[in-house]
Design a protein around this ligand. Structure first.
Ligand code: NAP
Ligand code: MG
Length: 403
C-alpha cells in the first residue's frame, strides 16, 4: 500500500514524561505506516527547553503562525520540585501559556463521546465545548506579598505623563496580598470573534458568563465587547444558522449547564476555562478523553490533549512496570491536525485517514478494548483492559481492517 503524501509540514511539538512515550508509539504504530509524515519537529521536552533557554518554545509558536497547523504533546510546567529534578536554570513559564499568548488564540475543549462511558451528569447527552480565553487575567499577573502597614494603589500613566490613581487598600501592620491583572480590548475582541466563528462552524449555541455585577469595569468590559461584536457582526449570521448567543452571570451559567443536555459552546474567561474544563472533562468520564485546540483569530490551529504528562504513570514506566495510559486524546490531537492540514492543502486522503483513525479508536473502545481508566468506569460488559502499547496496537488492527 502506498503512503499518503503531504504538502505542507505539520508543526510537531514533542513533550514530556508518559505522553512523550505515547507520542512515539502513536507515530510508529498509527501514523508512519500509513502517511509519508512531513513535520517540522520542535522538542519541547523540559530538558531541551532548559538547554535553549526556552527559545524552542517561541520558535515552535512562530512556526505555527507560519504554517498554520501544529500538534503538541503535553509538557511539564516547572514548579519547585521540577527545578531540582531537571536541574533547571530558571523556572520556565508554561509552554502552553507562551504559545497561547504569542498566537493570541482561544482554546476549545470538547469531550470525545463513546458508548459505554456515560457522563456523571445524567442529563448531559451531547458534548459541552469549553472555549477558554487564553490571554491575561491572573495568568499574566503581577502580585505582591505585603508584610507591613501601607497603602496600595492602582496607578495608570498615559503616554503624555498624566496619571490616574485609585486606592486598592490601606493595610494594617499584618499586611496581606495584592495582585494586578489586566486584559486587552484587542484580545477580548479576538476571543469574541474566535467564539462566534467557531459557533457558526459547529452550528452550536454560544453561552458566555462573567461576574459583571461585582466587577463593574473589568468583567463588564468583557460583556460589552461580546455584545457589541455580536450585534454588529454576527447577529444575522446566527439567525440564519438558527443558533443563539446567550449572556448571563457566570453563576447562572454554571447552574444552567448542570441542568442542560449539553451541545453548546461555553465561552469562559481564562480562569473559569481552566477550572471548568477540568470539571466538565472529568464529568464526561475521563480527562484522557478530552480534546483541545487553540484557534487564533487569523485561523491558525494548534491541537493537543487536554491532560498533562501523566507523571505517575511515567515513574512506573521508568521502573519497568506495566502502564495502561490512555492515548485517545493524544491520537485525536494528531487526527485533528492532520484533518485540518488535509483541508487546507486539499488532500482528501489525509482527511479520510484522520476520520478513519478516529472511528477506529472509538470502535476499538466500543468493542470492549480499552485502557484501565476507562475499564474502571465503563458500563460495557466483557471488557479487556489493555496496557499502553497493546491498546494502540488494538486500534491499529481495527484501522487496518478499514483500509
Ligand atoms: P495529568 O498529567 O493530567 O494527570 C493527572 C492524573 O489524571 C493522572 O495521574 C491519571 O490518574 C489521570 N490521567 C490523566 N491523563 C491520563 C491518561 N491519558 N491516561 C490515564 N490516566 C490519565 O496532571 P498532573 O499529574 O497534575 O500533571 C503532570 C504534569 O503535566 C505536570 O508537570 C503539569 O505541569 C503538566 N501538565 C501539562 C499540561 C499540558 O501540557 N497541556 C496540562 C496539564 C498538566 P491516575 O494517576 O489516578 O491513574
Ligand atoms: Mg486546568
Amino acid at each position: 500500500m502506498s503512503k499518503i503524501e503531504m504538502k505542507t509540514p505539520l508543526v510537531e511539538m514533542d513533550g514530556d514524561e508518559m505522553t512523550r512515550i505515547l507520542w512515539q508509539m502513536i507515530k510508529d504504530e498509527l501514523l508512519l505506516p500509513f502517511i509519508d509524515l512531513k513535520t517540522e519537529y520542535y522538542d519541547l521536552g523540559l530538558k531541551h527547553r532548559n538547554e535553549t533557554d526556552d527559545q524552542v518554545t517561541r520558535d515552535s509558536a512562530n512556526a505555527t503562525a507560519k504554517y498554520g497547523v501544529a500538534v503538541k504533546c503535553a509538557t511539564i510546567t516547572p514548579n519547585a520540585a521540577r527545578m531540582t529534578e531537571y536541574d533547571l536554570k530558571e523556572m520556565w513559564k508554561s509552554p502552553n501559556g507562551t504559545i497561547r499568548a504569542m498566537l493570541n488564540g482561544t482554546v476549545f475543549r470538547a469531550p470525545i463521546i463513546v458508548k459505554g462511558i456515560e457522563p456523571y451528569v445524567r442529563n448531559w447527552k451531547k458534548p459541552i465545548t469549553i472555549a477558554r480565553h487564553a490571554y491575561g487575567d491572573i495568568y499574566l499577573n503581577s502580585e505582591m506579598l505585603i508584610e507591613s502597614a501601607g497603602r496600595a494603589e492602582l496607578v495608570f500613566t498615559a503616554p503624555d505623563g498624566t496619571r490616574k490613581t485609585q486606592l486598592i487598600h490601606e493595610f494594617d501592620e499584618k499586611g496581606g496580598v495584592i495582585q494586578g491583572v489586566h486584559n486587552c480590548t484587542s484580545s477580548i475582541e479576538a476571543f469574541a470573534r474566535c467564539c462566534f466563528n467557531y459557533a457558526l462552524d459547529c452550528k452550536q449555541d454560544l453561552w458566555f458568563g462573567a461576574k459583571d455585577t461585582i466587577s463593574k469595569k473589568y468583567d463588564h468590559h468583557f460583556k460589552d465587547v461580546f455584545n457589541e461584536i455580536f450585534e454588529n457582526e454576527y447577529k444575522e449570521k446566527f439567525n440564519e444558522a438558527g443558533i443563539e448567543f446567550f449572556y448571563t452571570l457566570i453563576d447562572d451559567i454554571v447552574a444552567r449547564i448542570m441542568r442542560s443536555e449539553g451541545g453548546m459552546i461555553w465561552a469562559c474567561k481564562n480562569y473559569d476555562g481552566d477550572v471548568m474544563s477540568d470539571m466538565v472533562s472529568s464529568a464526561f468520564g475521563s480527562l484522557a478523553m478530552m480534546t483541545s485546540v487553540l484557534v487564533s483569530p487569523t485561523g491558525v490551529y494548534e491541537y493537543e490533549a487536554a491532560h498533562g504528562t501523566v507523571q505517575r504513570h511515567y515513574y512506573k514506566y521508568l521502573k519497568g512496570e506495566e502502564t495502561s495510559t490512555n492515548s485517545v486524546a493524544t491520537i485525536f490531537a494528531w487526527t485533528g491536525a492532520l484533518r485540518k492540514r488535509g483541508e487546507l492543502d486539499d488532500i482528501k486522503e489525509l482527511v479520510d485517514f484522520a476520520n478513519k483513525l478516529e472511528k477506529a479508536t472509538i470502535d476499538t473502545i466500543e468493542a470492549g478494548k480499552m485502557t484501565k481508566d476507562l475499564a474502571l468506569i465503563t458500563t460495557l460488559k466483557n471488557v479487556t483492559a489493555l496496557n499502553s502499547l497493546d491498546f494502540i496496537k488494538a486500534i491499529r488492527e481495527t484501522l487496518q481492517s478499514y483500509m
